[in-house]
Each structure stands twice: as structure tokens, then as C-alpha cells.
Design a protein around this ligand. Sequence first.
Ligand SMILES: O=c1[nH]c(=O)c2ncn([C@@H]3O[C@H](COP(=O)(O)OP(=O)(O)OP(=O)(O)O)[C@@H](O)[C@H]3O)c2[nH]1
Ligand SMILES: [Mg+2]
Length: 235
Amino acid sequence: MTSISLLPKFDISQNYLLNPIRVTLGLWVKEAMALVRAEVVLKKPVTFVTGNAKKLEEVKMILGNSIPFSTLRVDLPELQGEPEEISKEKARIAAKQIDGAVLVEDTCLCFNALHGLPGFEKWFLQKLGHEGLNNMLAAYKDKSAYALCVFSLALGPGFEPTTFVGRTEGKIVPARGPADFGWDPVFQPDGSDFTYAEMPKDEKNKISHRRRALDKVRDHFREYDFVVRNDDSQV
Ligand SMILES: O=c1[nH]c(=O)c2ncn([C@@H]3O[C@H](COP(=O)(O)OP(=O)(O)OP(=O)(O)O)[C@@H](O)[C@H]3O)c2[nH]1
Ligand SMILES: [Mg+2]
């Protein structure tokens, strides 16, 4: 009885004594890691590959000069499957095609009432239109949806891509605002009275699925030292 009641007291004091040491060690390791960033040597800058001019515009606005990248407009195949797998496969194809490091993304609009469908293929919107997207939810009370963006970075052909996911919650509404980018007019993010299409671009770029995924891409570039060097040591 006595030993049982004493045991927790002992544990608590042990933790109390150890915690400051753990915290200090943790901080020290973090600082040390920041100082010795792993170098990733590439033969040419990472290329963001897409066939979608609007995506390209947003990626350029969001990233600015924060990471070194070039861009290339190439139509990538419309693949089927889970968003992360589609995005990775696009990266593998693009890396092979340009024989270098690539960044690609796959975006989808997912309805909760439909357990994540329609997901998205660009043909879907072309066939259904904004009204059709609303009609898909006519039988359901739940109009909630989320916009999902998965970026994939492949360091070259044969390299397994790394993914970065961004998600913004919202709901599907009858179209409002300019119709120059996909489903933007029917997606109203939570906490806003405006659809993506009605928002000024810089407002959308503060909260969008794309922005959230690109924040993670940026963090990754901070973690590693990407160097472009054209010699035998490059990827
Ligand atoms: O309203 C939108 N706001 C967005 O922020 C957004 N991002 C993408 N899309 C649309 O979603 C479909 C599949 O996208 P997606 O990832 O397959 O792209 P894509 O085929 O157009 O280009 P890519 O695959 O060459 O990069 C296409 O109809 C895109 O226009 C968006 N629509
Ligand atoms: Mg596509």
C-alpha cells in the first residue's frame, strides 16, 4: 500500500527534473539540424509542370521567389485513383519526360455527402457545368465539401515522389463570381461569405487548398539545401 502510493510521487518528481533537460536537448538537436542541412544536388532547377494556366498563375503568385523553380506547360494525363497516387504518378511521368526534378500537383473537389466524389477530372466540369455540380447534391442535405491539393516532388526519373497535401473545407453553392477558373464559383470556403471566384486572388491564395499544400513544399525546401550543379554528383 505504502509503496504504491509513493511510486507516482517518485515518477512525477523524476519527470519534473528531467523535463528541462529534455527540452534543452530537444532545442539543441533542432538547432544543430538546422545548421547541417542536407544538400540535394540537382542538374537543373525543379520544374513545376502543368497544362493548366490558372494553376500556374496561382503557384507563381503564392511561391514568388521563395523557392527556386522553373515552369513548363505540358498537358499531363488525367489519371484515375486516390489523389495522392494520381499526384505521385503524374510526378513520375513528368520526371521521365523532362529528365529532371519536377513538382506537379493534382487538385480535386470532394463532396462529403458523396464520400469524397466526384474527386475530379477536368472533363467532369466540362460535361456537367456548375449547375450540374449543384444538382449532384440535390438529393442530400449535406452540401459540405473540401478542396484538396496534392503536390508531388520527384527529384528525377526513378525517384519516389514526396507528397504535400493541402485541404480547405467549405460548401457547394449555386455559382457566383467570374467563371474563369474551374469550380471556383461553386465553392464557398468555411468562414467566408464569398466563393473562391468572388474573392480577390490574394484572398483566395491566403486560405486555399493550393496555398496550404505549398506552405508544406516551402518548409521542405527550407529543410534541405537544394543546389543546382551540373557535374557527376548531381541527381
Ligand atoms: O475552381 C478551381 N479552383 C482550383 O483551385 C482548381 N485547381 C484545379 N482545378 C480544376 O480541377 C480539374 C482537375 O484538376 P487537375 O489537377 O487534373 O488539373 P489539370 O488537368 O487542369 O492540370 P494538370 O494536371 O496538367 O496540372 C481541372 O478542371 C482544373 O481546372 C481547379 N478549379
Ligand atoms: Mg489533370
